[in-house]
Design a binder for this molecule. Sequence first.
Ligand SMILES: CC(C)(COP(=O)(O)OP(=O)(O)OC[C@H]1O[C@@H](n2cnc3c(N)ncnc32)[C@H](O)[C@@H]1OP(=O)(O)O)[C@@H](O)C(=O)NCCC(=O)NCCS
Length: 188
Amino acid sequence: MKATYKEQIMRVKIRQWNHNELVPPDMMDQLMTIEEVCFKPEIQESYESKRNLIEQADIVLFAYDGPNIIGEAYTATSAAGDMGEEGDPDAEHLKGLFELMDQEDAVYCMSLAVLPDYRGQGVAKQLLWDTIQKCKESRFNLLYSHAKVGPSAHLFGLLGGQCVEERENWCGTGDTYILFRIPLWPED
Ligand SMILES: CC(C)(COP(=O)(O)OP(=O)(O)OC[C@H]1O[C@@H](n2cnc3c(N)ncnc32)[C@H](O)[C@@H]1OP(=O)(O)O)[C@@H](O)C(=O)NCCC(=O)NCCS
């Protein structure tokens, strides 16, 4: 039987990974499992690319059940990893977004993912909430992310995300993704 929301959150611990540290191979293996289970092949990062992304990311949060990583959220301020081929409209879109973000003091959520057995119990909400708080501590103005129409987009909307644009067949996945923008200081 699945744990209740409260039991799950008590069991799952969210910890920040010290970016710029080398990611050990056993941790990389766990992160590659998340990549393979949570994302379609068209948008899966390779081992090398994922390691670079984590090592260069600004804010990296992992959700743990005991010693096992069961969820991840990480952000970047510059393009890294497999951004797609030159001339590809989604790759161009990402390039333009990172240029804009630079002017806006913004950060991009590269990944928010939770293993299927742990879904629907608030783990992603907690990861995104904590990411927002860490972004504020780092004095960023905005958090951007692409989220698939469905639970992921619901979650970004729930935490103050405004829809900037919809992109059909994102990176050839056949899925529609929404570019969300979360103002980090809405009270100003
Ligand atoms: C999107 C994802 C991270 C959500 O993880 P999760 O831990 O299950 O999410 P939560 O339990 O925190 O739920 C967040 C909200 O989404 C809703 N939700 C979760 N699963 C849902 C589902 N299958 N259908 C509808 N709503 C759902 C929850 O009800 C909650 O909203 P509420 O507070 O209004 O009830 C997870 O499904 C996932 O890893 N998907 C694959 C990767 C992906 O698409 N990532 C996003 C793009 S980077």
